[in-house]
Each structure stands twice: as structure tokens, then as C-alpha cells.
Design a protein around this ligand. Sequence first.
Ligand code: NAP
Length: 268
Amino acid sequence: MPDSIPRLGIGTWQNTDPEACANAVATALDAGYRHVDTAQAYHNEEHVGEGLARADVDIEDVFVATKLHPRTTGLSHDDVIEGAQESCDRLGVDQIDLLYVHWPTGDYEPAETLPAYDELVERGLVDRVGLSNFTPELLDEAKSHLDAPITAHQVEMHPLLQQRELREYAREDDHWLVAYSPLARGEVFDVPEVEAVAEKHGVSEAQVSLAWLLTKENVAAIPKATSEAHVRDNYAALNLDLDPEDVERIDAIDREERLVEIDGAPWL
Ligand code: NAP
């Protein structure tokens, strides 16, 4: 297994209301989450930082992940170096635990962008490097330009997009596959196989989707939730033990439904 990261994190995309975002992060930390996922492109790092400050936890114990974006901030060498410092300032941390390349598009140039990430690790501003929305070919290319190991590859993953190839790649490369949109942005509530397993255990479809993801070796998940009820419901997935036949039933779903797409996505 790669170096550990907390396997359940709180996602924050589209949580841009200052109070709602700070409150969701603080509520999650008070409920037990120790992994927070944000990005410069979400325009909420300050609010996430406010939540981190407000929660009754030592910030050293929280795994804070953010991302630099090819369009929002740019991925040239100087943009990366300056962008990481700006993220630290907004988040109120001395070091970012995991800094991702958000998308391998726009001005992402592996030979320029990735050595800048290595430089941030050497300077101590970043602890670990992550990539997001890459293909196996782009991961191979990235590895040839990075000294630091890839700690995590963050991609869309849920029962309707099971990412079998990238899971295998992650196992072989010994990195985490971090599942974004792990509730399929709400679609899991209407997947018959997930509904049946939820009914059997008397839990929500959200919990089933997350518990299923967490049965996979090397997979972490970062559901976004705003209300306390959702934050706590998702956290309870850590205590849900699915039976082998439940896992097989969801494994057998043969749908490829991608919900997050941008112009220039590498799989287009
Ligand atoms: P998601 O986590 O699959 O779904 C979020 C939606 O589900 C929200 O509408 C939320 O509502 C609702 N929800 C959460 N818990 C629930 C529960 N227990 N019961 C009922 N509804 C519930 O979607 P996502 O936000 O797309 O993905 C999660 C995180 O992944 C993002 O926030 C972001 O941090 C990351 N992400 C990364 C990328 C990337 O390119 N790297 C792309 C997309 C997402 P409320 O908010 O009202 O609670």
C-alpha cells in the first residue's frame, strides 16, 4: 500500500458560499473527517481555511489537498510556484499536504510543470504530489518528468464509472486513486443495484456507494456535502460492512456514465 492518506475526505466543489463552505468543513472535521479537498478553481480556499480554523482539531492532523488549474492560475513554472504559496496563504497552512495538477490541459507542459511541483516539495511548501484527470499514457509521461512519487490520482469514480484500468494502474504504481463525484453527483440514488443494497442494510444509497468504493484497494473518496445530515451520513459509510454479494452486485454494473467533462479533457 502507498503511504497512507485518510480514505474519506470532504469535497467542496461548488460550495462557494463563505458561511456554508466554512461550516461544512468545520462540521466534517468535528464529525471525524481528516481530509479536505479543494482547488484554486473552486474559488473557496479562504472559506475552507476558515472552516479549518474554526474546527476543534489540530490543523497538523488534517490532510489538506488542493489543485492548481491550467486556466484559473496557469501551470507554467512560475505560476505553479506562486500559485502554491497563494493557496497556502488562503488556506492558512504552512504546507499543502497534497497538491494536484487539476487537469492536463491548457498550458500543462509536463517538462515545465512537473519539475516546478518537485521544487515545491524540495522547498517544503508541498508534502506530496497528485495528478487529476490523467490517462494511463499521460501518467507514464508524467512519471518520466517527476522525481517525487505520484501519491494520488484523482478521477471521477462511482458505481456508474468504475475505472477498472486506472485502478489497476494505481495498484501497480502504488498510488491512491481518489474517487471524485463518488455519489455520481446524486445519480447513485437512482441506480437499482445500489438502491437494493441500501434497502437490505437500511442505509442510504450514498453510504452504499462510498462503502463500495472503500472496498477497493488503493481507493479513497471525497464526497461533497453541505448539510450536517449529509456530512454525517457519508461519514457513517466507514462503518458499513457490505457483504461479498453486495460488492459483486455493484461490481457487475456495466455502465460508463461520466458526469464531469471539460473542453480539452484528455479522453475526448
Ligand atoms: P458528489 O460528491 O458525487 O455529490 C455531491 C452531491 O450529493 C451534492 O449535491 C450533495 O448535496 C449531495 N449529497 C452529499 N451527501 C449526500 C447524502 N448523504 N444524501 C443525499 N445527498 C447527498 O459530487 P462532486 O461534488 O462532483 O464530487 C465530490 C468532490 O470531488 C468535489 O466536491 C470536489 O472536491 C471533487 N471533484 C474533483 C474534480 C476534479 O476534476 N479533480 C471534479 C469534480 C469533483 P449537498 O451539497 O446539498 O449536501
